[in-house]
Design a protein around this ligand. Structure first.
Ligand code: PDD
Length: 294
């Protein structure tokens, strides 16, 4: 594979970052995960906006959006990819040992793109098992979950719990015991025809998929409640699913010992989500062919 490293495309074997990089030494950096469908990066503008927010919350200097957009496209082209997983990482950069970010003169900028590996269809048909982790989500006042940071141990601990218990994903509660989010996803459930999801104030990453799902639901007349929910609220729900950029809408068949069916609301929202993707991609394709005169 080819990687975009700092200013250019290099072979994977030459994509080397210093052991003194503060991303490696301290997890000091930020990232975004995007998904390309047919060569078009779905909602890239939202991802770049969020990267900008993560940058300002960590006082990290990132290249401008034009540069990043071009870097992402060049990485896709170098690897001849059209359906792809894309990761943009910006770390504090190389500097002497020590926490002070000003020790690092230049951030390290990396774009990785890989062929998108579709999730097995049976996961969407049958749903996946979740557990509620003992590991609590970072406090907003400690490391704000709004920052999509390289500092991922909090989520990794919860993921380890999920794995130990044979689950696909773990739900993390905040310190007050209120449902926050998954290790790499946002949580939704449907109760009495209302689509419920933790409010951003609970301390979650406000997912781009989450935002779109809320918009689609409202547009199709489904009531949405963003609030503070306890595990007992979720256990008595009719449907549960989680969302993120790569898996879109993933139905949940079990949380702890409680089973759920893959319900109609989940299926309808996923169909509408796919429709939104198609609309976005075809509009971007039209724009691209106008620009190239094709
Ligand atoms: N994760 N919450 C957390 C903690 C996440 O890491 C993610 C995304 C989300 C969902 O965000 P979005 O809908 O914008 O993808 C919520 C990505 C997929 C990752 O870590 O690779």
């Amino acid at each position: 594979m080819y990687i975009f490293l700092n200013k250019k495309i290099v072979k994977e074997a030459d994509a080397l970052v210093s052991v003194y990089d503060h991303g490696f030494l301290y997890g000091d950096g930020i990232y975004e995960t995007m998904r390309a469908y047919n060569g078009i990066i779905f909602m890239i503008e939202k991802h770049l906006e969020r990267l900008g927010r993560s940058a300002s919350l960590t006082q990290l200097v990132v290249p401008d959006t034009r540069f990043i957009t071009e870097a992402v496209h060049r990485t896709l082209e170098a690897n001849k990819l059209s359906d792809a997983y894309i990761r943009v990482t910006v770390s504090r950069g190389k500097g002497p040992v020590g926490l002070d970010p000003s020790l690092c003169k230049e951030p390290t900028f990396v774009v990785i793109a890989e062929p998108f590996r579709e999730y097995p269809e049976h996961l969407y048909k049958k749903g996946v098992k979740l557990v509620i982790a003992n590991t609590r989500r970072n406090l907003v006042e400690a490391i704000n979950p709004k920052i999509k940071s390289l500092n991922f141990l909090n989520n990794i601990f919860a993921k380890m719990e999920a794995k130990e218990r044979g689950a696909y994903e773990a739900i993390m509660l905040n310190v007050e015991g209120v449902i926050a989010e998954g290790t790499v996803s946002n949580i939704f459930f449907v109760k009495e025809n209302v689509l419920c999801t933790p409010a951003p104030e609970v301390g979650v990453l406000d997912g781009i998929t989450r935002e779109l799902v809320i918009r689609i639901a409202k547009k199709s007349g489904i009531r949405v409640s963003e609030g503070r929910f306890c595990p007992s609220d979720l256990f008595s729900a009719g449907e549960v699913f989680f969302t993120n950029t790569t898996s879109e809408i993933m139905p949940v068949s079990q949380v702890e010992l409680v089973s759920f069916k893959v319900g109609e609301v989940t299926k309808a929202l996923h169909a509408l989500y796919k429709e939104e993707v198609r609309r976005y991609i075809s509009a971007a394709e039209q724009q691209r062919s106008r620009a190239t005169g094709a």
